[in-house]
Design a protein around this ligand. Structure first.
Ligand code: UDP
Ligand code: MG
Length: 138
């Protein structure tokens, strides 16, 4: 069993897609073992995406991610990290496979509906960024 961090991004939360996206996870056998709605500050978004700080899109991405509420959640299941990345699809919704969350719900390369940890190592760090053990009920 693995845990991975998922974020439903402002574009999808605003369009009331939280339930539709959650049902993709649940239908694929991933269990939502923690979940909360929150509004990041710009500096919190900058810290979360620090790995991308040299990239041209960093400033815009952090502005966007702190512009409106997100839903942070922990998904648990067999191969949760890679399974979630498959469900999400490619970063740019235009390149994502049909039936993936980003293809079906993303609005563009930045406003692409969801974030998912890209490795088990990063999942541990990202879960720790958003949740304490007290909030995680398996
Ligand atoms: N992003 C962007 N422009 C790009 C690449 C990425 O705005 O050219 C945004 C997009 O929201 C993406 C996030 O930055 O989800 C993090 O990028 P990463 O390469 O880690 O993609 P992901 O792991 O989310 O697929
Ligand atoms: Mg990434």
């Amino acid at each position: 069993m693995e845990r991975t961090l998922s974020l439903i991004k402002p574009d999808a939360v605003f369009r009331n897609l939280t339930g539709a996206i959650n049902s993709r996870f649940e239908q694929a056998g991933l269990r939502i073992i923690a979940q909360k709605r929150l509004l990041l500050t710009k500096s919190q978004a900058e810290k979360f995406y620090e790995i991308h700080r040299e990239r041209a899109f960093y400033g815009s991405l952090c502005g966007y991610m702190s512009s409106a509420p997100i839903v942070a959640q922990i998904l648990c299941g067999k191969n949760a990290v890679s399974k979630n990345r498959e469900l999400m699809g490619a970063t740019n919704p235009a390149n994502a496979e049909i039936g993936t969350i980003r293809r079906d719900f993303g609005e563009g390369v930045e406003r692409n509906a969801v974030h998912g940890s890209d490795s088990l190592e990063n999942a541990v760090l990202e879960i720790g960024f958003f949740f304490s053990e007290l909030e995680i009920i398996e």
